[in-house]
Design a protein around this ligand. Structure first.
Ligand code: ADP
Ligand code: MG
Length: 586
């Protein structure tokens, strides 16, 4: 195994560590499954140290050190009194440099990586905000050294986000904006891709604007409703109110209204609209930074290939809305907001370690792969963007009684109907003749690391395998064609879905209609005239809907027919049982 280099996002409020695993950047989680570590450190007088969630638990009771990132590489005068004249933070365990405190967080991340990877880790790529000066970068590097890590590269956060977004998605000389709204800071940068590397063309932001402000704003709003002022609260109470503010904020990213609740005090409902009112000044500040960044880079929203949104606070709906307005396009939220930076760092680490190939998207399937099934439908076995190598399989059955072989058509594409996708190949699988739906054929798709697709079909009864190599078509498709296929699948989504529903209902009807006929004959004697005519009506409606290709009607009438046949079947079983008991000698 080649040497491991981890990628670390040392955030103001949260940090994370990631590594590239078989071509894909993955966040590493602690033993409790948490992959985001709060950037918080607690020291006791005796020199005990707690980091992350464990430290945060002591908030309000003990002094915990948070947002140390905003102090790193700073002078006392730039610290709001948080640094001593010599640039130290005073802690219960004595004076500490910001890089020493940050080193504790890095050390925790290093341990998480070592636990997960089961190997010693000594090298890392660390990210810093684009606006960090030399002094801040040097101090960050020093923090790494103190944590026992050789910092092989300091990467700027927007570049990391852009790497995570995917180099290969962009054309040479295309420009993107990275919008990063975190817990305590806001950064916006315009980047240009030149000769395969990203260059930051402009960067702007506000080092004092982020999710923490929104938590406080909600807490303050609630306090006013109780005739109080957040500023007058005791530390413990303040922490409690702000964390309730955060809970409400998170909820409002999902629902229209949330209740702010303080035990023994009361409740305040907070609507999205009220939250929007509180957010307005922050959104305006954000907007002017974005405009500044565009101005400096000499671009307008329309010149940008994408607006990549990262940072946990990007999840707030009104932030997304405002960004769409500012940049005159829908932002890209495909990157996991609080994971993107760490993933980007891991990709950079992978490139340095030689484990990541230049073009990353080659490592995933560009389009879905599947086979044609009954009714001319596409049955996806491996969906688009699955990391390779991979395999997947499913069991299929014969459509017709006495059928002795099945034609397996291997398809690639995003459309619901087989005919709209590309055929990569086809072959026959023979199996032992059975009643309809009785034969079993397992089909398995495998794509190896080189992108070669092989398809295996197995007759379960005889255990006979048919294996066909399809070739590299699975991965080797032109970017433009992929785009076209994907956009068509969106464009025709409605028609496609209708076609699928129609075919599926028609197949179900084909199965039901003969069964209904048989059951009617057998059960006819126990049914009232009304019941019989109901069943016949349902049957007729199904037949007409098929003839007229009426999707919605077919779906509904097939469901009715299905319900009717079910009760018919139950009735037959009951009658049969009665017959057995009343006629024991049979
Ligand atoms: P940083 O880079 O500053 O360490 P992150 O990018 O990790 O910060 O973002 C942390 C912030 O995102 C916190 O303020 C957190 O409350 C906020 N956040 C996370 N998830 C959501 C959400 N679903 N809705 C609103 N805010 C969120
Ligand atoms: Mg961040």
């Amino acid at each position: 195994m080649s040497e491991v280099i981890i990628g670390i996002d040392l955030g103001t409020t949260q940090s994370a560590v990631a590594v590239v695993d078989s071509g894909f950047p993955l966040l590493l989680a602690d033993l409790e499954g948490r992959s985001l570590v709060p950037s918080a450190v607690w020291y006791s007088k005796k020199g005990e140290i707690k980091v992350g969630h464990e430290a945060l638990r002591l908030a309000g009771i003990e002094e915990i050190h948070t947002s140390v990132k905003s102090l790193i590489g700073r002078r006392a005068g730039e610290s709001d009194g948080r640094l001593t004249a010599d640039g130290y933070i005073s802690t219960a365990a004595g004076l500490k440099l910001p890089e020493e405190v940050s080193a504790e967080i890095l050390n925790t991340l290093k341990e998480i990586a070592e636990n997960r990877l089961e190997t010693e880790v000594t090298k890392a790529v660390l990210t810093v905000p684009a606006y960090f000066n030399d002094g801040q970068r040097a101090a960050t590097k020093e923090a790494g050294r103190l944590a026992g890590l050789e910092v092989v590269r300091i990467l700027s956060e927007p570049t990391a986000a852009a790497l995570s977004y995917g180099l290969d998605r962009l054309d040479e000389s295309s420009r993107v904006a990275v919008f990063d709204l975190g817990g305590g800071t806001f950064d916006v940068s315009v980047l240009e891709m030149r000769e395969g590397v990203f260059e930051v063309s402009s960067t702007s932001g506000d080092t004092d604007l982020g999710g923490d402000d929104f938590d406080k704003a909600i807490a303050g709003f609630a306090a006013v409703k109780f005739g109080r002022d957040l500023g007058d609260f005791e530390s413990m109470e303040r922490v409690q109110w702000i964390s309730e503010g955060r809970r409400v904020k998170l909820a409002l990213s999902e629902v229209e209204e949330a209740i702010f609740r303080i035990p023994f005090t009361g409740e305040v409902p907070v609507s999205r609209e009220a939250f929007l009112g509180l957010m307005k000044p922050f959104l305006d500040r954000m907007e002017s930074c974005c405009r500044r960044a565009m101005l400096d880079a000499e671009v307008t929203g329309k010149d940008l290939a994408a607006i990549v949104m990262v940072g946990g606070s990007s999840r707030i709906p009104m932030v997304k809305d405002r960004v769409a307005t500012i940049f005159e396009q829908e932002p890209d939220l495909s990157q996991h907001p609080d994971e993107a930076i760490a993933r980007g760092a891991a990709i950079q680490a992978g490139i340095l370690a030689g484990t990541v190939r230049e073009v990353l998207l080659l490592d995933v399937t560009p389009l879905s792969l599947g086979i044609e099934t009954m009714g001319g439908l596409m049955n996806v076995l491996i969906s688009r963007n699955t990391t390779i190598p991979c395999k997947a399989g499913e069991m299929f059955t014969n459509a017709v009684e006495g059928q002795e072989s099945m034609n397996v058509r291997v398809l690639q594409g995003e459309r619901e109907l087989a005919k709209d996708n590309w055929e990569l190949g086809s072959f026959e699988v023979s199996f032992e003749s059975e009643r309809r739906g009785q034969a079993r054929v397992g089909v398995e798709f495998r794509i190896d690391a080189d992108g070669i697709l092989s398809v295996l079909a197995r007759d379960v009864a005889s255990n006979v395998d048919t294996v066909v190599k399809i070739g590299s078509a699975a991965v080797d498709v032109q970017e433009t064609k992929v785009e076209q296929m994907v956009s068509e699948s969106v464009e025709f989504a409605f028609e496609d879905m209708n076609a699928r529903v129609f075919e599926e209902s028609r197949l179900k009807a084909e199965e039901l209609l003969p069964a209904v006929g048989v059951a009617l004959e057998q059960a006819g004697t126990f049914l009232t005239q009304k019941e019989i005519s109901e069943i016949q009506d349902a049957k007729e409606r199904v037949e007409i809907a098929i003839k007229d290709r009426k999707v919605a009607e077919l779906k509904v009438s097939v469901e009715q027919l299905d319900a009717v046949t079910e009760s018919l079947a139950a009735m037959l079983v009951e009658e049969a049982t009665k017959a057995i008991f009343s006629n024991p000698q049979d």
